[in-house]
Design a binder for this molecule. Structure first.
Ligand code: ADP
Ligand code: ZN
Length: 758
């Protein structure tokens, strides 16, 4: 390893939450194999622990220094640049660096317990003695037969494959090996998650005018990345953003550099993978895929494929932003507004923002794409931090779908009760069925009924662990994959997973007066099936998609027209292309609007626009029905007119008036405990301490019960802090927390730039 002095000491971050870097000495025999980014095993307290080398100091002041025990894995796994990125994350997101390391390096790499999968390969022979073969033919005809097959080999073949082809057995092969007539060798085989798929090669499409302009912007940035600003690609659904990504990646490769594409996990469908693998099919190894459904072995192999430089393109979900590519030229963040880019456990980083920071550190271009950019990114574009590039036209020149708002208040007056399908939406569905066109119905709430109430005493069945009502599921899926079974009728908590049987009488007052209230996707499905008995109705949500294959299967059946109406949650709102869908119904647009969250309006606008983008991709223009009790809310009205700019402007004004992001940064501190009083007291003490050190310019909120007061048996209190100088704010919070001793049963979490305000 090259540094100026011999490696006698190393500074490491141990994989334990100790918030400190430690020094160890390196035995001479290991010295030339360790470098910054290496993984090592070190003595730690009374045991040993794994650690990452972060520096090679010349001297160490530490007392009682101990030698490391071993080096884990071969080469350093972490580049200096990724280490710097990890440090930035720890400071910005106010979290310990050990935790960040856990996100940067997948567990399978950190532990280095899983290796390459080795298999026995039969090597092609060099020179076979013909005489010997003839002798063998008399004595052991089967061995001779196998040897004949081996003689024809041009390259090594998997032993199992050879035996399968020749219908001979392992014993025969062993016998030949023993005679020294064949050579067997163990070789690594790659566990490629997409290895058994064929990708049809595609080539660049001829870009339209807007696309050409957009690609030119990216190309210019690729030519001079050091001066380039992040590019915000705002393009309506179907405007051909992906084609621009593909050609931009090609541009990066042509300049001898690599590329990362981030997509939300939910959009990382076989279809998406195929688009990328197909375009770069000339060398399939070029594209590595990282997502949460990989097996440990697959993850190991994909990661090493990237680390060794064999893969030059990485497509993946959130954590792929840490893909160990060298010479990074481009990071694409598709659907940059997606909140799933934010990790909801420590380290609570936002992959889009980390992408922007990594791009800056590594001098590479970053493209953020969306049909509905986040307010944060749009604001950055308005003030010139980002470069805004827009695509206003659909590639196929199709009209934007017609959005019709259905006022549920009027429906209720007519029907005297809340209906699931308004008359207008029902008629629209019927018309589609007649024309053999397809419909998507969207509702962001699972289950059958959202609560079970007693009409006598008014008690709702609440979760014992959380402050929410239990949802009634008519078909309830239980158990792991071993023996899954569906039981009928059960109450379930969507927050903690608690389930309960449905009581016959009200447990509070004993009366037989229980009524079901509210509805979820399960009820929509059954209602629709009742109204349209001739239609094939299927549901797609977390409950119905518990089987791994179910998702692909349902999508395939929908694509091939075997399903007329697809009911689902956000699972169906994202990035799916179905040309025959001409109607989208949004069953209740108000679900997000009434959450106590300053982003509620933004989420509703995005959702409506994204869902609407599913309609009318074919020849026929699409129609969208939005059912709502608040037809005049701005997010619904602007979405209806496809007026992005209008929406952004009014929403930005609102945020500025209230000092909310993007005009400020926010930090949300949550203090929780099973003991309500201790949680409250700790939160109030923390607030007091913060107020002592906080400068005027920061807005420090009171310690208040969280909107979701109780979650998984824990009482929760919030402190919301806002301010512009986020790094300073983070540091103050960290310092204050480090000085405060909290009772053992009190947990404090810090969320910088929070997305979950419940
Ligand atoms: P977006 O990502 O903006 O929603 P896509 O990139 O998925 O849009 O493009 C929508 C469809 O248009 C895709 O089927 C794509 O292959 C096609 N397409 C994109 N660009 C072109 C082009 N220049 N010429 C013809 N078809 C295109
Ligand atoms: Zn619960």
């Amino acid at each position: 390893m090259n540094h100026e002095h011999p490696t006698r000491y190393i500074r490491v971050i141990v994989d334990r939450a100790i918030h400190r870097e430690l020094d160890y000495s390196v035995p001479e025999t290991l010295a030339d194999r360790v470098g910054v980014g290496s993984r090592v095993r070190v003595p730690f307290r009374e045991k040993s622990a794994l650690a990452t080398v972060v520096a090679i100091p010349e001297q160490s002041e530490a007392k009682g220094i101990r030698p490391i025990e071993a080096i884990v894995g071969d080469a350093p796994v972490l580049t200096g640049q990724l280490l710097e990125l990890a440090r930035w994350i720890a400071t910005y997101y106010c979290c310990p660096i050990e935790g960040v390391m856990r996100s940067v390096l997948p567990q399978v790499i950190r532990r280095a317990e899983v290796g390459w999968k080795k298999q026995l390969f039969v090597q092609p022979p060099h020179n076979l003695d013909q005489e010997e073969i003839e002798k063998l033919r008399r004595r052991a005809p089967r061995q001779a037969e196998l040897l004949d097959a081996i003689a024809k080999l041009e390259k090594p073949i998997r032993a199992t494959e050879l035996l399968r082809q020749t219908s001979l057995d392992n014993q025969t092969l062993r016998a030949l090996a023993k005679r020294g007539l064949v050579e067997l060798r163990e070789q690594a085989v790659v566990r490629d998650p997409h290895g058994d798929e064929q990708f049809i090669a595609t080539s660049n499409l001829v870009l339209n005018e807007e696309q050409t302009h957009a690609l030119k912007e990216v190309a210019q940035a690729l030519d001079a990345p050091e001066n380039a600003r992040p590019i915000l690609l705002h393009g309506v659904t179907g405007s051909g953003k992906t084609e621009i990504y593909l050609q931009a990646i090609r541009g990066s490769l042509d300049r001898g550099r690599t590329a990362i594409v981030l997509v939300p996990e939910i959009s990382l469908t076989p279809q998406t993978v195929e688009r990328f693998k197909g375009r770069f099919a000339e060398a399939q190894d070029d594209v590595a895929v990282l997502h949460s459904h990989l097996s440990e072995g697959e993850r190991h192999d994909e990661w090493h494929k990237i680390h060794s430089g064999r893969a030059r393109i990485v497509i993946g979900a959130r954590s792929a932003v840490f893909a160990p590519l060298r010479n990074l030229g481009l990071i694409v963040v598709d659907e940059e507004h997606e909140t799933t880019y934010k990790q909801e456990e420590a380290p609570r980083y936002h992959a889009r923002d980390v992408a922007v920071v990594r791009a800056k550190m590594e001098n590479c271009v970053v493209v953020l794409g969306s049909a509905t950019p986040s307010l944060e990114s749009y604001h950055n574009a308005t003030i010139g931090k980002y470069r805004l590039v827009t695509l206003t036209q659909r590639v196929d020149q199709n009209q934007m779908p017609l959005i019709r708002v259905v006022d549920l208040r009027q429906e209720r007056r007519k029907e005297k009760r809340a209906s699931i399908l308004s008359e207008k939406l029902s008629q629209a569905i019927a018309a589609r069925l007649d024309k053999r066109e397809q419909t998507i119905l969207f509702l962001n709430r699972r289950g059958f009924s959202t609560s079970l109430l007693c009409s006598n005493c008014g008690e709702a069945r609440n979760c014992p662990n959380c402050s929410v009502a239990l949802t009634f599921h008519q078909h309830f899926f239980q158990g792991g994959s071993a023996s899954p079974k569906t039981t009928s009728g059960r109450l379930s908590c969507h927050l903690c997973g608690h389930t309960a049987a449905v009581p016959k009488k009200c447990p509070a007052c004993g009366q037989d007066a229980l009524i079901y209230h509210g509805f979820g996707t399960e009820k929509v499905e059954s209602t629709v099936a009742q109204i349209f008995p001739q239609a094939v109705v299927r549901r797609m949500d977390a409950d119905s998609m518990t089987r791994k294959e179910a998702y692909r299967e349902t999508l395939r059946n929908f694509r091939t027209g075997k399903i007329d109406i697809l009911v689902g949650t956000q699972m169906i709102a994202k990035g799916l292309h179905f040309p025959n869908v001409t109607l989208v119904g949004i069953i209740n647009a108000d679900l997000a609007l009434h959450l106590p969250d300053f982003r509620a309006g933004e989420r509703t606008f995005q959702l409506l626009t994204q869902v609407a983008g599913r309609a009318g991709r074919g020849e026929t223009p699409g129609e969208v029905f939005v059912q709502t009790y608040t037809p005049f809310s701005p997010s619904i009205q602007f979405a209806r007119h496809h007026d992005f700019t209008g929406y952004f402007q009014q929403e930005l004004e609102f945020r500025e008036r209230c000092d909310f992001p993007p005009f400020n940064h926010a930090i949300l501190i949550t203090v929780r405990s099973a003991h309500e009083g201790r949680a409250k007291l700790s939160a109030e003490t923390l607030k007091r301490r913060l107020s002592e050190v906080f400068p005027e310019e920061f807005i420090l909120g009171d310690a208040t019960p969280a909107p979701l007061e109780k979650l998984q048996g824990q009482f929760r209190f919030h402190i919301l802090i806002r301010g512009e100088a986020i790094m300073r704010l983070s540091r103050l919070v960290r310092e204050t927390l480090d000085k405060l001793p909290f009772p053992e049963d009190v947990t404090v979490t810090v969320d910088v730039d929070p997305y979950q305000l419940l």
